[in-house]
Design a protein around this ligand. Sequence first.
Ligand code: C5P
Length: 229
Amino acid sequence: MKTGLIAALDTTDPQRARAWATAIAPHCGMLKLGLEFYLANGAAGVRLIDDRPVFLDLKLHDIPNTVAGGVRAILPLAPHFLTLHASGGAAMIAAAREAAETAGPGRPFLLAVTVLTSFDAETLHSTGVAGGPRQQVLRLARLALDAGADGLVCSPHEVAMLRDALGDGPELVVPGIRPAGSAKGDQVRTMTPAEAAAAGASWLVVGRPITGAANPAAAAAAIQAELAA
Ligand code: C5P
């Protein structure tokens, strides 16, 4: 399986995001814009960044009717990937898929976030979930895919388990990647690009190791080279 690279442009500053996009886009498969960028700059900001489809990481979670309306509202931006929370339930995901389908064959692909990587067993218990994180990830992954999600966002340490359980079909999009020797920041359980690719990731999401590098283009190119090796 070929693993692609997604660069996360995490900033509220549209000029900075644009400069990163210009430098990095030739060395990655896709650019990711998150909640902070979208809330600060809206759809007009997204249009500034790149003329290629982007990954909009908005992690939608609301009643089905509202999420479907949100998906329809985002269709003119034609993102390649759009995220939503699997814990929103099957009806919410099915409504999002139905709304996405109205865009036709170039529709956004929906990625479901299962358990946030900032959660551990204790935080999960405090929200009323009895089982451990891996059990909950698998339960929500199955629920999301059955309801119409195209893939999942998961930690590198869940990729092998999800591939075993779900096969090669779903897109597995994986943050928490740190090239050997780079700072971990707030990511705790990381893997290198080569390790996550070997486990079965479809796409790797990499932010600060690229955007915080002295030469972001070179940092992205080095990760691409590691994936191609
Ligand atoms: O800078 P870093 O490489 O840690 O950035 C990872 C990106 O992936 C960030 O945009 C972060 O919001 C996102 N992400 C994550 N963990 C998740 C889901 C998304 O780190 N579970």
